[in-house]
Design a protein around this ligand. Sequence first.
Ligand SMILES: *Cc1c(COP(=O)(O)O)cnc(C)c1O
Length: 359
Amino acid sequence: MTRRYNFCAGPAALPDEVLKQAASEMLDYNGRGLSVMEMSHRSKEYVAIAETAEQDLRDLLDISDDYAVLFLQGGASQQFAMVPMNLMGENGVADYVNTGEWSSRGIKEARRYGRVNVAASTEDVRFTTVPAQDSWQLTPGASYVHYTPNETIGGLEYDFIPQVDAPLVADYSSSILSRPLDVSRFGLIYAGAQKNIGPAGICVVIVRKDLLGRAGPHVPTMLDYKVQADNGSMYNTPPTYAWYLSGLVFKWLKQQGGMPAMEALNLRKAGKLYDYIDGSGFYSNPVEKRYRSIMNVPFVLADAALDKTFLAEADQAGLLNLAGHRSVGGMRASIYNAVPEAAVDALIAFMKDFVQRHG
Ligand SMILES: *Cc1c(COP(=O)(O)O)cnc(C)c1O
């Protein structure tokens, strides 16, 4: 068996240790003689698994009791709808900042539920930068302000948490748990699991408790944050196995040293890759330096005619899923927590070798 290096943007790499543990427990969890997948979500064993996962996440991000932590289905895309459904109110206005593909999708969905004000956008510069906070045209009394701290496709990451009066809502799908985060600055954070948490099928929502119970009368029961919070995310059968594996990843992160250790590692990984790209004279990345993502590193080759060859040779070299998003082309290396530094080193070595042969 050979595990290769996986740079997929999502579903993304999971830690070897986590997959090994899951494999060893596949037929018999903890001497119970059944798989976690086959357990009742109401059983004592499973409830302990679910609660431990939540507690470990709370420990990692230092989440206070003022916040509910939910494990929901429907991915981040469902949150594009749930956020306005729950927080916009009857005649409310929500402010959105547009920094790329994912914020654009959130804006489009929110418009189905009420008034959206695009407070700032960097579309005119092809989303290569973040709009300075003092340029944002915020609505006084807005229901909330929504932004995307890390644009997974463009490789654009905020280096600050916006300071706003309305509850701050963030789509943290591709950068949650990559470094320490002051949750107390937010009204709501959501993150689809399949980037930096666990397998696809689950979405983590961290919501300040005073924001619960604001859903209108026509919001489906399943999409009401308060219902989910009151029922411990088990109003119906939750995605039990994805929740379990996410919990194993939280344990693994704690063993790695938690958020400060992950931040140091992630800065090192991203730093050496960007340094090589910038100095190569062959590869390039268009994003303003201070806003370059440490999770998703897009780059293009000097000659796009070589893209196919690059991808085929990379795959041969054991470097998987380096193609950029279908909407932008080029390359993208997603280097989430579970992608080891050795993978980044191997990628840089391959890129150097490729220039030698084709540059
Ligand atoms: C992947 C991604 C999404 C969409 O996630 P789904 O779980 O597939 O709905 C939304 N926002 C960001 C920032 C993402 O990276």
